[in-house]
Design a protein around this ligand. Structure first.
Ligand SMILES: Cc1cc2nc3c(=O)[nH]c(=O)nc-3n(C[C@H](O)[C@H](O)[C@H](O)COP(=O)(O)OP(=O)(O)OC[C@H]3O[C@@H](n4cnc5c(N)ncnc54)[C@H](O)[C@@H]3O)c2cc1C
Length: 381
């Protein structure tokens, strides 16, 4: 089966690896001329580490990243609302630089399966196969096309229509620094809440700390790289250590700023030999750190469905049905978690603090375990 994957991000590369594990030889077409070390810290939760383990790259990811053994939620003054340790599991939670994850996936693939500098402009379905057309005028025919081309996917736009993703009302800034500070909690994912603002901290391996910050603002607000640090120091001035210390220790040009989007869950459809994967299908807000993890799960389930059922049409519809149920729930869950996290009024902030403090640990654990315990290689395809 000739398989073309559009996009060489986490989703596209992991789909290529998962398909190779099942005996297929997919080709990945990526628009960027080179895969650069862009991005910031990324959490890889146990549901995704399970997939990476089957793909043979869990060890490389574990070595480069920092393990997350605990989570805690604080107010901006440093008072702890809730904290708990993750249970010992078959798969750890790890945070690392996105480029380290991408690099580990890339090294596990044969170099000739990735084609850089190939911008897919669209595709054409014929009776038997699919033709992918590139901006350089070339094209390639395949039996199956997977759109793993991210939030602004061309494949999705052609399949489901040109609809803009939905802005969720807040901006995220992310940075990585090597600051040493006594207030940094080892092996811990920390989330700190204020009015309409949050700050997150976690180890990302090799002595580095990753941080993220959110603030409610209009989608149109523009900000140059030279302004990031100053703006964050104003927004988070007076918060508990080491919030401003982390921002101060990060070069302003290296801070990434992203608007927060997702899309209403929908099933891919209409084309029998074309499907979607990762953000191209179900982009989610970053609140649960699950976007990349969902793409990894997709990759495993897609490959398993194709391996089990030789007929591409049936395999793709089975994949879509299995993944729709899960991803739609995680997209909504992430959106709600973010909406509560961004509550701004003093009353709402007090109410949220009281809720977090009163939340029984077993309820918190069961919400997390619903996301973390999923095993894409254990699902009945
Ligand atoms: C602030 C923030 C924090 C996040 N934190 C986490 C986290 O902690 N954990 C986690 O799991 N996820 C996290 N995510 C989400 C995660 O980054 C994404 O869900 C994940 O990268 C999606 O992977 P993807 O391969 O589907 O898409 P992408 O990574 O966007 O890759 C798509 C690829 O397709 C290529 N492409 C696009 N169009 C074309 C075209 N026409 N032709 C050819 N190639 C094309 C692009 O160049 C790109 O390489 C976060 C996201 C944000 C914004």
């Amino acid at each position: 089966m000739r398989i073309v994957i559009v996009g060489g991000g986490i989703g596209g590369l992991s789909a290529a690896l998962a398909l190779r594990r099942e005996g297929f030889e997919p080709q990945v077409f990526e628009q960027a001329p080179a895969l650069l070390e862009v991005g910031a810290g990324l959490a890889v939760w146990p549901n995704a580490m399970r997939v990476l383990s089957k793909l043979g790259v869990a060890e490389a990811v574990f070595e480069r990243g920092g393990q997350l053994k605990r989570a805690r939620w604080l107010d901006s003054g440093g008072r702890v609302f809730k904290h708990f340790s993750f249970e010992e599991d078959d798969a750890p939670a790890v945070a690392l630089h996105r480029a380290d994850l991408q690099g580990a996936l890339l090294r596990a693939l044969p170099p000739d399966s990735l084609h850089l500098g190939k911008v897919v402009r669209g595709y054409e379905c014929a009776r038997k196969d699919v033709r992918a057309d590139f901006a350089d005028g070339e094209s390639v025919n395949c039996d199956l096309l997977v759109g793993a081309d991210g939030l602004h996917s061309r494949v999705r736009a052609q399949m489901l229509g040109e609809e803009r993703p939905v802005y969720r009302g807040y901006t995220v800034w992310r940075g990585i620094t090597s600051l040493e500070h006594t207030a940094l909690a080892p092996d811990t994912a920390t989330e700190i809440y204020g009015g309409g603002r949050r700050f997150g901290i976690g180890p990302v391996g090799r002595g580095r700390t990753g941080w993220w910050a959110t603030a409610n603002e209009a989608e149109e607000v523009e900000e140059s790289a030279s302004e990031h640090r100053g703006k964050l120091l104003r927004l988070f001035g007076g918060w508990c250590a080491p919030v401003t210390e982390l921002v101060e220790a990060t070069a302003t040009e290296s801070i990434l700023r992203t608007a927060t989007y997702d899309r209403a869950p929908v099933r891919p459809g209409g084309e029998k030999n074309v499907t979607l994967l990762g953000d191209a299908w179900h982009p989610l807000t970053p609140n649960l750190g699950q976007g990349g993890c969902m793409a990894l799960e997709d990759a495993a389930v897609l490959a398993r469905c194709l391996a089990k059922c030789g007929d591409a049409d049936r395999a793709l519809r089975r994949y879509e049905a299995l993944r729709y149920a899960r991803t739609a729930t995680v997209v909504r869950y992430s959106r709600r978690y973010g909406a509560v996290g961004q509550w701004q009024s003093a009353t709402a902030v007090r109410f949220r603090g009281a809720l977090l403090s009163a939340l029984p640990e077993r309820v918190g654990r069961s919400l997390l375990s619903w996301v973390f315990d999923y095993d894409a290689y254990g699902v009945d395809v």
